[in-house]
Design a binder for this molecule. Sequence first.
Ligand SMILES: *Cc1c(COP(=O)(O)O)cnc(C)c1O
Length: 391
Amino acid sequence: MNHNNLDDQMILSHLGDDYEKYLGAVVPPVFMTSLHVFKTAEDYFAFDATNEGEFLYGRTGNPTAQIVEKKVAALERGGKALLFSSGMAATTTVISHVCQAGSHVICSRNAYGPVKAYLDNYCIPKLKMTVTYVGTELAEFESSIRPETALIMLESPSTFVFSITNLRAVACLAQKHGIKTYIDNTFCTPLFQKPIELGIDFVMHTASKYLGGHSDLIGGVLVGKEAAEIDTISQSIREWHGGVIGPMEAWLIIRGMRTLDVRLHRHQATAMTVASYLEKHPKVRQVYYPGLPSHPEYELMASQQSGNTGLLSFELDASLEESVRFLNQLQLFKIGCSWGGFESLALMPLYSMSPEGLQLVGANRNLIRIHCGLEGEANLLADLDRALMQI
Ligand SMILES: *Cc1c(COP(=O)(O)O)cnc(C)c1O
């Protein structure tokens, strides 16, 4: 099959499936192997990990993982992609690759909690790095730049209050100053936002969420604008830190991705219905969902995203205790911290956050975050309606 100019659905369904190579199997095999052997010593000496289809040892690459890497790189219009054992392994690898002792990082204040914890509790004390947390205003990014700023870390939309950063503007500013840019694109997936096309250097997805989509694996993927830079990471930090994915998990991601497009449109449609329902409900004070035209950054969102997915937050017009009671009243929405799978989930993710943390995020402890799964929307609405009646 000619793999040039494949559209996203064809990439998800077929890119990397070399039927002839795999005895005509419609599904490629799980290469459950830790090493590959060579015909001659000369072949071994000539091994080059940057050549597609050359494999040596499981920590440097695996054929099943490479299928996922090809698919995600193509979807993101990036140079190359690399799989990791988790999203966090991918993120900490980018920081280690781009930064050095004393580097300064500018990070979205609504970034994923463990990323901020890694910067605060590891990079700052152990590597003598400095970090400035910023909101979404371009002026804030601009005034935070220092001579030693090495990396700008974004998450847009963020996953508690769904704030949107202008990716084109930040990428342009960073390029002017020779600063690398990184985004956690997990919420949108490569289907609904393509940050490399907007000028961003590195895109990270945790495959544990929508790419896998079935809540049965942990994995991460990093895409780079420049293939050569991803090759460098593959042969340095990833190989040294060793956070590679197992072949079975890689295979599960391939399987999950085949249905990504249909799943996402269903998640989006349900979340829009649920968000609109909550927005009109008298017991709901505020809804955070970037797909709602009432979202303060709706136009910016629409200029850089082609869709929104199943995650949203809201605050009840109720006390903290009543909000907890509401959570316990839900039956179909299970209490759980992840998202992106087939199942609906609910959580108060900020309940245990410190006052400083809450101020940084700009939300209250009683914020309720729900993930709208693939169940019928009538069932989800009935569950919410019944629980709202109890408070
Ligand atoms: C879950 C999550 C991560 C971390 O991914 P892991 O695969 O669990 O390491 C990063 N970013 C966001 C937005 C997430 O929701």
